[in-house]
Design a protein around this ligand. Structure first.
Ligand SMILES: [Ca+2]
Ligand SMILES: [Ca+2]
Ligand SMILES: [Ca+2]
Length: 344
């Protein structure tokens, strides 16, 4: 009898286990996914998982360092996806970040990824599962996964769980579509007359309208060049004295080139990481992931002149300066891009 109850219980638990393991999924627009309430808290809860489509705005290793590490969150990876149109062909004016990290035990009860597991997972999410194509900024993709709200926006992620059932997947829809033309914005659209962030829970004005999208601020000045460095944060000011933070990525250009002086245009991704977990109505900034040293636009135009691939520093001459930078990188590999070691 006891064993009969045990078997029944086993069948029940298997059945319930299967039922619980079937997450709900919907294809949503970025606009639907990024809805917030009056405190800036994300309100989307309709399904367990979502699928979104759009254009990749950044190469992940210029935004966060994927190198395996025991420190803090360890290796990290993030891309922003900009929405295009909804199923009716109307603009999907929003965007979504997709994030992945190594040491989830800092923020959840999950185990961490070992360094080898991290490399495998980075290798997986950097490539189209059907073709092995390596994703790049400017590709059109579909992302399917769980999501979690963090400091002002809903990110697609693994909900900080290493268990493979929390994996997200990225599929290539069309390669090399090109980066979206940045929308030109002015600081008086983002800040009020007292230089405070405008917050609109309807997301029709202010930084919420541009969140996770590629934008352009023309003719501003960097007022704190002493803060110029990879992973630093600088401040730009317009001619009316309004200011806005610009977060610098870890693209090599921020170490290679001096901070531009004089008026400059800034092309970056509008991001939010609010000061508090509640409310989430501040903490907006532009995120520029790399700079090519051109002096007029804080961006990486990505098409160097000269047709001299050995010209590492972009001065149209291949010499010892280039060799020095090359030598300092000798035998470095980028986690998640180099082929994985073959298992013994
Ligand atoms: Ca927000
Ligand atoms: Ca995973
Ligand atoms: Ca050179």
């Amino acid at each position: 009898m006891k064993s009969g109850i045990f078997v029944f219980g086993l069948i029940l638990s298997v059945f319930c286990g299967q039922a619980a393991a079937e997450p709900t999924l919907a294809e949503v627009t970025h606009w639907q996914l990024q809805a917030v309430d009056e405190n800036g808290i994300g309100t989307y809860t309709a399904t367990d998982k979502v699928a979104i489509t759009g254009i990749i705005l950044n190469n992940p290793e210029e935004m966060l360092d994927p190198t395996p590490s025991d420190v803090g969150m360890g290796g990290q990876w993030q891309i922003f996806i900009q929405g295009e149109t909804d199923p009716n062909g109307l603009p999907d004016h929003a965007g979504t970040a997709v994030w992945f990290g190594q040491n989830y035990s800092n923020v959840s009860s999950s185990d961490d990824y070992t360094d080898a597991e991290l490399l495998e997972e980075l290798y997986r999410i950097n490539r189209d599962p059907n073709s092995g194509y390596v994703f790049q900024a400017g590709d059109r993709v579909k992302v399917t996964g769980y999501y979690k709200f963090f400091k002002g926006k809903i990110n697609i992620n693994e909900q900080h769980e290493k268990d493979p059932q929390f994996d997200f997947t990225i599929e290539l829809l069309q390669p090399a579509v090109g980066l979206p033309t940045p929308e030109v914005i002015t600081l008086d659209e983002l800040k009020d007359e007292f230089d405070n962030y405008i917050f609109d829970p309807n997301r029709l004005t202010g930084p919420e309208y541009y969140q996770a999208r590629r934008v352009r601020l023309n003719n501003v000045t960097i007022i704190d060049p002493e803060n110029w460095k990879p992973n630093g944060e600088i401040t730009v000011m317009d001619e009316n004295g309004l200011t806005f933070p610009v977060k610098l990525g870890i693209g090599r250009g921020f170490g290679r080139y001096a901070c531009p002086d004089g008026p400059i245009d800034v092309i970056g991704i509008m991001n939010q990481e609010s000061a508090q977990f509640f409310p989430c109505i501040d903490g907006y900034h532009l995120w520029v992931v790399n700079y090519d040293g051109n002096g007029r636009a804080l961006t990486d135009r990505g098409r160097p002149r000269g047709n001299l691939p050995g010209d590492v520093n972009g001065d149209y001459r291949v010499d010892l300066l280039d060799v020095a930078e090359l030598a300092s990188d000798w035998l470095l590999e980028r986690a998640g891009l180099t082929p994985l070691p073959i298992a013994e």
